[in-house]
Write a protein that binds this ligand. Structure first.
Ligand code: S3P
Length: 431
């Protein structure tokens, strides 16, 4: 339980933890490579620890020394059958990506997670995997985990994905490592491309052409050094905090700004935000910058279409930001929010309404209004139940800093899924 009260003047410099998507992939691809992969800046959040745990259970030695993770890969065919069910915890990325890998092994596995994970849709990976000849079943026959995966020889496909999802794309590409021939995925809009970038650096032949990406199965992958940039999805909470909290100035260092992830920066710019990118550079194949964020007069905007996959995890905090913008903000085409760690459209609408915001939920997003042309609604504190969803907890911590009275976040420990240390960093800026 955390209690948050109104503040002004957030000041300081911080470094957010490593990117969650990149951290997962570094463990997975390192495990499938010849030689040792070293990872610097790895996110030690619960989700990525679930990925480490799964690969250790399949015989991969993964150790940590002096803030570096060492993954002693055993090659594409070096995993061994785990003795127990693989526990994927709360992590959709672990589940969907590892399923692609497991489908092509010569042993059987069972994957299961927590209550939230075991209610998220897995049909979206079961379908393409079964087209490739895989044997993946939902044990409770409800399209969700627990999943039983019986290793199988796989054939290549061209998968036209109905959903712009990096998890689906990556699952199919990873199964493609084990398939006969070239595996191709086309998605309706480009989702994050970390799998393509990183697999290429490990030596795989992956060609991207617009929204289509093709993998030719390699003979081997080779261990690499991975520098994990700061996670823009974690930085997002401090970006919004800096913009909406009066008299604030925050520098967030070493943030990954890959175009397929940085949609929030475009939206902030559209809303009139004062954010300066400093020291823009490339590290480990990913673009990175320091962000200088200052309190800004924001105005409403429309967020929809192909930008959605580039900011999908930031939409809860973008919805909060819209409550502090003049005029109307419409967020649309974001139906995927309903199948994240919680139904984020429902839970954001419920909690923002509870705090006095003017928010209407739609099938695929939100309509958020200031109460009149120039008056921003004053939020008031409330008890926030975030359904154990880490991003909802962090969003309402920022809301509470800008609300009258007390905001109580009941299940605040869930932030550890992606951002251990979040509350300590927030407090340090608030002193
Ligand atoms: C992720 C992709 C996104 C995102 C998730 C991480 C990844 O999911 O929401 O937090 O690492 O590939 P979808 O690809 O299903 O949208």
């Amino acid at each position: 339980m955390k209690k948050i009260t109104r503040t002004t003047g957030l000041k300081g410099t911080l470094t957010v933890p490593g990117d969650k998507s990149i951290s997962h992939r570094a463990i997975m691809f390192g495990s499938l490579s010849e030689g040792t992969t070293t990872i610097h800046g790895f996110l030690k959040g619960a989700d990525c620890l679930s990925t480490i745990d799964c690969f250790r259970k399949m015989g991969i030695s993964i150790e940590e020394k002096d803030e570096t993770i060492y993954v002693h890969g055993k090659g594409l065919h070096g995993l061994s059958k785990p003795e127990e069910t693989l526990d994927v915890g709360n992590s959709g990325t672990t589940t969907r990506l590892i399923s692609g890998i497991l489908a092509g092994q010569d042993f059987d596995t069972v994957l299961s997670g927590d209550a939230s994970l075991n209610s998220r849709p897995m049909g979206r990976i079961m379908k393409p995997l079964s087209m490739m000849g895989a044997d993946v079943t939902s044990i409770n026959n409800n399209g969700c985990a627990p999943l039983s995966i019986k290793g199988h020889t796989l054939n290549a496909i061209h998968y036209d994905s109905p959903v712009a999802s990096a998890q689906v794309k990556s699952c199919v590409l990873l199964a493609g490592l084990y398939a006969e021939g070239k595996t191709r995925v086309t998605e309706p809009a480009l989702s994050r491309d970390h799998t393509e970038r990183m697999l290429r650096s490990f030596g795989a032949d992956i060609v991207s052409d617009g929204n289509t990406c093709t993998i030719t199965p390699p003979e081997t992958l080779h261990g690499q050094h991975i520098e994990v940039p700061g996670d823009i999805s974690s930085a997002a909470f401090f970006i919004v905090a800096g913009l909406i909290t009066p008299d604030s100035e925050i520098t967030i260092k070493n943030v990954g700004i890959n175009d397929t992830r940085a949609g929030i920066l475009k939206v902030c710019q559209d809303m009139g935000a004062d954010i300066t990118l400093l020291n823009t550079r490339e590290e480990g194949g990913e673009p990175v910058a320091d962000l200088l964020v200052k309190t800004s007069e924001l105005h409403g905007t429309v967020v929809g279409g192909s930008i959605i996959p580039t900011l999908i995890d930031e939409l809860p905090v973008i919805a909060l930001m819209a409550c502090f913008a003049k005029g109307k903000t419409i967020i649309k085409d974001a139906h995927e929010l309903r199948v994240k760690e919680s139904d984020r459209i429902a839970i954001m609408t419920e909690n923002l309404t509870e705090m006095g915001a003017d928010v209407i939920d739609t099938d695929d997003g939100f309509i958020i209004n200031s109460r009149s042309e120039d008056s921003i609604p004053v939020l008031h504190g409330a008890e926030i139940n975030c359904s154990m969803d880490h991003r909802i907890a962090m969003t309402f911590a920022i809301a509470g800093l800008n609300a009258d009275g007390e905001t109580m976040i009941t299940d605040s420990d869930c932030v550890d899924v992606s951002y251990p240390g979040f509350f300590a960093q927030l407090e340090a800026l608030n002193n």
